[in-house]
Design a protein around this ligand. Sequence first.
Ligand SMILES: [Zn+2]
Ligand SMILES: [Zn+2]
Length: 403
Amino acid sequence: MDFNLLFGEAIVQSLLGLISIILAELVRDIYHLAGHYWKPLQKFHNLHHKAYCPDLTMTSLEVYKKAQWYNDVPESMVMVTATALVAQLSHIWAMWLGCLYSLFFLIPAIARSQGFLLQTDLTHKPGELVEIPSQWTVNRTYHWRHHFDQGNAYFCGYFTLVDKILGTSLSLKGKVVAITGASGSLGQALIEELLLHKAKVIALTTNADACFHEKVEVLHWKIGSETDLMPFLKNVDILIINHGVNVYGNRSAAAIQKSYEVNAFSALKLAELFFETVTKSSHRALKELWINTSEAEVNPAFSPLYELSKRTLGDLITLRRLDAPCIIRKLVLGPFKSQLNPYGVMSARWVSRAIVALAKRDFRNIIVTINPITYIAFPVKEFFQSLYFRLFTSKKEQSQLMS
Ligand SMILES: [Zn+2]
Ligand SMILES: [Zn+2]
């Protein structure tokens, strides 16, 4: 037989095999959703939620075994049945891979329900959370949030696709969200949007006359005294760094100083202080830093000092991302109407709605702009710059050892 034909066939069958595994995981996630929203399954799925303590040790072996028998075993049986049906009806032999894959979950689940092979429960491995939530597949920290942050979010079992579609990759309900630049157009619009998603909002403002929604806690601060905010930052789940200054065409020494002080160094100082508050295992799962670096990272803003200082911030955040103890989301925003930019085309309200919708789908680089170039240029810049930083820098401990 022609080699090329054989090679082509192998690729097609591998792809179909992969699709059957994704299908098995989709079935798992749908079964999980049914466990939360379909009454007949709820009491069985509740056992799963009752089986674990916050450090993911089991509450009791009896409850754990019951949870495996009434939740995990039927879940894997549904996966096996659904994938077998698809393979049988489609007459595609590669589709049986999904069925085999599902059996790899069914057999250990049966064993665990009898008290054996307990260490095979990898998503619920007991102990401290060491990683930040992963983006495309579910790690322990990702799933921990389903148990101890918000039961009606973070549903996915392995691939995070379903949460991204449903907008359940991040729950803002009850989260303490602090935002700087709160009195600006975007700050005000974001506060409104966050309140709609039931977050508890703290407005950090340098503007003494600013007015806010009655539900918002207001905190006055000033550039240069970031450290004073430390006691408040400890209780903040999500910090949104959104303050900035635009000196437009001014190129005086004072304008340079001010641009860098406000747009780059004050923002970076706050980010570092926030990282210091990530002290507990649960913080790795819950704390997030959102930072408005702006589209000026990759495009002209027709205000050179604004661009230069925002780019510095963006670049340093790319560097810090390599070791950050919590999720960092960059807000890469195009021109919206504000005091800084009266010519903006998008409305701050619309931009804030898009930011929250994308964050709830776990976008780590939230690009909202009408400029199509940014959607291509930004990810390319971020990827290569991150790679460059990874190659030519190392963690503090290592460089100290070398010197
Ligand atoms: Zn659940
Ligand atoms: Zn679980």
